[in-house]
Design a binder for this molecule. Structure first.
Ligand SMILES: C[S@@+](CC[C@H](N)C(=O)[O-])C[C@H]1O[C@@H](n2cnc3c(N)ncnc32)[C@H](O)[C@@H]1O
Length: 436
C-alpha cells in the first residue's frame, strides 16, 4: 500500500527529528562539547548550543523542537492537548510557590534532602510540599531520587541563583496565593478571591456558576486521556452493578447533574438511582432528565441533600461517590462518610470512585503531569487532594471499624480511576435500619 508524509505524518516527523538529532550530535562530537544534562548541576551548561554555533546547526535545533512539538501534539490528540492547556496555570503556580517558600535555596546543590526535612526548613506542611513538588517534578523542576528525597535538576538549580529567583518571584508569586493550611475554608481559592465559604458553597450563590460547573463535569468525562481517563462511562464497566441485586437502590451522593447515574441506569435497567446534591445544583435536573432521558423516568430521581448531614435514604444497597471525595481534605471526607452510617443496613456498600495516584515513576512524565494537575486543582479549591491507594482504605478505617474495605475495582487499563468498595458490617447487635 502506498504511504506518503500526508497520510502518515508521524513517520515523516520522526524521521525529520532523527536527521536534526544527527546534525546536533555531530556538532557536539566534532567540537568536543558536552550536551546539557537535566540532572548534572555541576556542568554549568545552561544552553543547548553556543551562541556562535553555525547557522545550519542553529536551524537544526529550531527545526527539531518544532517537529517534536508537532509530533507530540498530534500523538496527544485534541482532547489531551486541550486538557493540558486548561491546567497549564499549575506550571506557573507551582513555580511561584516554590520560590516564595525558598525551596531552591533549601535543596542542596550537590546532594538531596528528604520531604520531611525540607518541609521543616521552609515551614510548610509536609503533605502539601509533597503535592506541590511531585507536580513540579513533571516539569523537570527538582527530581525525586531515591523516593522521598529531593535533588536539583539543572533547571531548578537556576532558580537557586538570587537574580533568577527574584525574576521568577516577580512574574509568579507576586500574583498567586499559596496554600498554607488543611481547611477547605483557607484554600488558595478562598485567599485569592476573599471567599469565606467553601468553594462549593460559594458556587451555589451564583446560578450561572452552578450551571457552568455542571457542564464542566460532563466536559471532563468527555475528554479522554490515555492512561488517566478512559471516558465518562468507565464506572459503568468498572463495577459489576448487577451484584447489587434486582431492583437495588443506589444513592449517587453529590451526583451533580446525574450524568453518571443516567449511564449506569441505562446499562442496568433493573437499578434505581437517587441523585443527591445541593438544592441549587439539582433544582431543574428532574425536568431536564425527563426531556433528555424519558425512558429513565421513575428509575432516576433527584433529592436535595447536604452530604455533611445525616443520610435521609435509609437502607439503600449502595452509596456511590463519583469524583466527590477528592474535593475534600481528610477530616471532611470522614465526616461525609460518617453521615451515611445511621442510614446503612448491614451488607450495604460505600463506593468511592476517584483517580488513584501511582507511586512515583510509574507513569510517563506527561501522564503524571495530567494526574497531578488534577491533584493541584483540588488543592487550590479546597485544600483537598487526589489520593494514593492506601489513603482510600485509611478513610474507611477512620470513618468506622464497621465500614470494612472489601475491594478495589480498577477502571479500564487505560485509566487511573478505581472504585473502592467498603461494606458495612456492624459489629454491634443493633437492629438493621428499615428499607425506605
Ligand atoms: C466534582 S463534583 C462531582 C459531581 C458528580 N458526582 C460527577 O462526577 O459529575 C462535586 C459535587 O459535589 C457537590 N457538593 C458539594 N458540596 C456538597 C454538599 N455539602 N452536599 C451535597 N453535594 C455537595 C457539588 O455541588 C458537585 O456537584
Amino acid at each position: 500500500m502506498a504511504t506518503d508524509s500526508t497520510s502518515f505524518p508521524l513517520r515523516s516527523l520522526a524521521s525529520e527529528i532523527c536527521t536534526h538529532a544527527d546534525t546536533l550530535s555531530t556538532f557536539y562530537e566534532t567540537h568536543d562539547l558536552t550536551f546539557p544534562s537535566l540532572t548534572d548541576t555541576s556542568s554549568g551548561c545552561l544552553n543547548s548550543l553556543p551562541h556562535d554555533a553555525p547557522e545550519e546547526v542553529l536551524n537544526a535545533r529550531r527545526d527539531i523542537l518544532e517537529a517534536i512539538r508537532t509530533l507530540e501534539t498530534m500523538v496527544q490528540g485534541p482532547s489531551e492537548t486541550l486538557r493540558l492547556l486548561v491546567h497549564n496555570f499549575h506550571d506557573t503556580a507551582t513555580l511561584g510557590t516554590v520560590v516564595r517558600l525558598g525551596i531552591p535555596e533549601a535543596v542542596p546543590l550537590d546532594g538531596s534532602i528528604s520531604f520531611g526535612e525540607l518541609a521543616r526548613k521552609v515551614g510548610v506542611l509536609e503533605s502539601k510540599l509533597v503535592q506541590i513538588l511531585r507536580y513540579a517534578f513533571t516539569n523537570y523542576l527538582f527530581r525525586e531520587s531515591p523516593e522521598g528525597y529531593i535533588s536539583h535538576t539543572t533547571i531548578s538549580a537556576l532558580i537557586a541563583q538570587p537574580n533568577i529567583a527574584a525574576l521568577v518571584y516577580l512574574i509568579t508569586a507576586e500574583c498567586l496565593p499559596s496554600p498554607a493550611a488543611d481547611s477547605p475554608l483557607r484554600a488558595a481559592y478562598n485567599l485569592g478571591f476573599g471567599h469565606n465559604r467553601t468553594f462549593f458553597d460559594s458556587l451555589t450563590e451564583e446560578p450561572e456558576r452552578v450551571s457552568r460547573f455542571n457542564k464542566a463535569m460532563k466536559g471532563y468525562t468527555q475528554l479522554t486521556l490515555e492512561g488517566i481517563q478512559a471516558d465518562g462511562t468507565e464506572d459503568v464497566e468498572a463495577f459489576p452493578w448487577d451484584i447489587l441485586g434486582k431492583g437495588a437502590k443506589i444513592v449517587d451522593v453529590a451526583g451533580g447533574s446525574g450524568h453518571i447515574s443516567c449511564a449506569i441506569a441505562t446499562a442496568y435497567p433493573d437499578l434505581e438511582v437517587i441523585v443527591q446534591d445541593l438544592p441549587q445544583v439539582i433544582s431543574d435536573s428532574q425536568s431536564k432528565l425527563e426531556q433528555s432521558h424519558p425512558e429513565l423516568k421513575g428509575r432516576v430521581s433527584y433529592m436535595a441533600h447536604d452530604m455533611f448531614s445525616e443520610q435521609p435514604v435509609k437502607g439503600a444497597d449502595a452509596y456511590y461517590f463519583h469524583k466527590v471525595i477528592h474535593d475534600w481534605p481528610k477530616a471532611e471526607c470522614v465526616k461525609i462518610l460518617r453521615s451515611l452510617l445511621p442510614a446503612m443496613k448491614p451488607g450495604a456498600r460505600v463506593l468511592v470512585s476517584d483517580y488513584v495516584l501511582p507511586p512515583p515513576g510509574e507513569l510517563t512524565k506527561i501522564q503524571d503531569k495530567l494526574l497531578r494537575q488534577w491533584d493541584l486543582t483540588m488543592l487550590i479549591i479546597a485544600n483537598a487532594k487526589e489520593r494514593y491507594r492506601e489513603e482510600f482504605k485509611e478513610l474507611f478505617a477512620l470513618t468506622s471499624p464497621d465500614l470494612v474495605f472489601n475491594k478495589e475495582y480498577k477502571a479500564r487499563s487505560n485509566s487511573a480511576g478505581s472504585i473502592f468498595e467498603a461494606i458495612y458490617k456492624p459489629s454491634s447487635s443493633a437492629p438493621a435500619v428499615a428499607k425506605s
